[in-house]
Design a protein around this ligand. Structure first.
Ligand code: NCD
Length: 313
């Protein structure tokens, strides 16, 4: 695997291979010295144009646990604020010869674009509303540890599907693993035509009790340029996953950060059914497995080098 840009590029066997490797890395976290030399001498550049708590810290920790050198680059405080374009930034940072670039931006398709401008392996850590493939992989890993195989499981993804890159990646990944996915939310927050991905669509939570897994999404205020719901209070009245709506047999997930009292009530966040912290924990080992895959796995040897101008040599 040269890059991880989208769940679309992975088949079920590849998802299982990454999750199995992640499981084998879990043991490293329990050691006194939490490090293995797998990526010694490699450089990983974390390039974040959007805020992040979990994703950035877990990529950094993942690279360090594999003994790679890590450079963290946040767009704020950099020359990006002086108007440097994404391409120029990539070419400039390319001078540090990173072996992998982990990138998050607000622009759909940016990870794929960047993969054309640098010989480094690109890992998409979220490109606008498009995809967040490592989130989907860590969610599959979390569910496999909790439930075993996902075949035949019913997973409901509830909330702001329209603005969610997590929803898109997770619909694809859960289905590849044999689960049946339903998306639910207000009509304004469900993208038209999403059934084409193979999921069911509901505009209310009446049938939520049929779900084995309830995956709540954050209301993505930062991507909303108009009023998509009458008010957060009205949204919560109809779509909040709370103690009345969550059934005792259901597993509750959320990618974080949670808006307590909006998409989830505080009581369900703190309930034993929530695996939100387990998801964060899975983030480190799954990202270790992804970095290992693109840097030490069967990466094509003959990647086209590029010139300073960004064109293939
Ligand atoms: C998600 C993201 O940034 O796409 N968070 C995350 O990576 N854990 C979801 C969100 O911001 O709601």
């Amino acid at each position: 695997m040269d890059h991880l840009l989208s769940i679309e590029d992975l088949d079920r066997a590849a998802i299982e291979r990454i999750c199995d490797r992640a499981a084998s890395f879990s043991e490293v976290a329990d050691r006194e010295i939490k490090k293995v030399p797998a990526l010694r001498g490699r450089t990983v550049l974390n390039l974040f144009y959007e805020s992040s708590t979990r994703t950035r810290s877990s990529f950094e920790l993942a690279a360090k646990r594999l003994s790679a050198d890590v450079v963290n680059f946040a767009a704020s405080g950099s020359s990006v604020e002086k108007g440097e374009s994404l391409k120029d930034t990539i070419l400039t940072l390319g001078a540090h010869k990173p072996d992998a670039i982990v990138i998050r931006t607000p622009w759909a398709g940016s990870a794929e674009l960047v993969s054309r401008w640098t010989p480094a392996a690109i890992v998409n850590a979220g490109d606008g509303k498009h995809e967040h493939p490592t989130q989907a992989l860590l969610d599959v890993h979390t569910l496999r540890s909790r439930l075993g195989a996902l075949d035949g499981k019913r997973i409901w993804i509830v909330g702001d599907v329209l603005h969610s890159r997590v929803a898109r990646s997770n619909i694809l990944a859960f289905q590849k693993m044999g689960a049946h996915v339903t998306v639910a939310g207000p009509p304004t927050l469900i993208p038209r035509g999403i059934e084409a991905l193979g999921c069911d669509v509901r505009f209310d939570l009446r049938d939520l009790p049929e779900a084995d897994v309830v995956y709540a999404l954050r209301m993505q205020h930062e991507r909303m340029d108009q009023a998509w719901v009458p008010s957060l209070r009205e949204y919560a009245a109809v779509y909040q996953v709370n103690g009345k709506r969550l059934q005792p047999h259901q597993v509750l997930m959320h990618p974080g950060p949670v808006n307590r009292g909006v998409e989830l009530s505080g009581e369900v966040v703190d309930s034993p059914q929530a695996v939100i912290t387990a998801q964060v924990e899975a983030g480190v080992v799954v990202r270790m497995a992804v970095l290992y895959e693109v840097l030490a796995g069967n990466r094509a040897k003959d990647r086209t080098p590029i010139t300073a101008a960004g064109a293939p040599a």
